[in-house]
Design a protein. Structure first.
Length: 132
C-alpha cells in the first residue's frame, strides 16, 4: 500500500522502490495487481517464493543430524546427498539448516585436565606445590 501511496504522490516507480526498500520489478507487480484487481487484488497477493527441494526431506535430515551430529558443512552436504539424492552447495545447505533452526556450536579444548586424571599427573602437582 505504501508503494501505491508513493506513486500517487508523484514519485517515480524507481524512487518508490528505493523508498520502500523493494525491487523495481516488485513495484511493477504491485501496480499490475492494483490495475487488474484494485485493492482486493493486492490483498490476495498469494505469491510464494521459491521452495527448496530439500523441504520434502526435512524430517529425514533433522533426524539424521540429531542422531549423529557432524563437524563440517561439507559432511552435511555429503550426508544430504547420500540420503536424499539431492546435491547442494555449502551456502545453500547453510541457509536451509538455518531455516530449520540448526546452529553451529563451537567446540574448544578443555584447558584443565579432568580431576580423575590428577593422581596420574603427580609430577605436575609437585611443580605446582613448589611454586606456591
Amino acid at each position: 500500500m505504501l508503494v501505491l501511496w508513493l506513486l500517487h504522490c508523484g514519485l517515480t516507480r524507481a524512487k518508490a522502490a528505493e523508498v520502500a526498500e523493494l525491487g523495481r520489478a516488485t513495484v511493477q507487480r504491485y501496480v499490475a495487481a492494483y490495475r487488474d484487481g484494485g485493492l482486493d487484488g493486492l490483498r490476495q497477493w498469494n505469491v510464494t517464493g521459491p521452495v527448496s527441494d530439500l523441504v520434502a526431506h526435512t524430517a529425514t535430515i533433522r533426524e539424521s543430524l540429531t542422531q549423529s551430529p557432524v563437524r563440517t558443512i561439507a559432511e552435511v552436504c555429503d550426508r544430504i546427498a547420500s540420503r536424499t539424492g539431492i546435491e547442494r552447495k555449502p551456502t545453500q545447505v547453510r541457509k536451509f539448516l538455518a531455516g530449520m533452526g540448526f546452529r553451529w556450536q563451537r567446540i574448544r579444548a578443555v584447558p584443565v585436565p579432568p580431576k580423575s586424571l590428577w593422581p596420574s599427573l603427580s609430577k605436575f602437582r609437585l611443580h605446582s606445590s613448589i611454586m606456591s
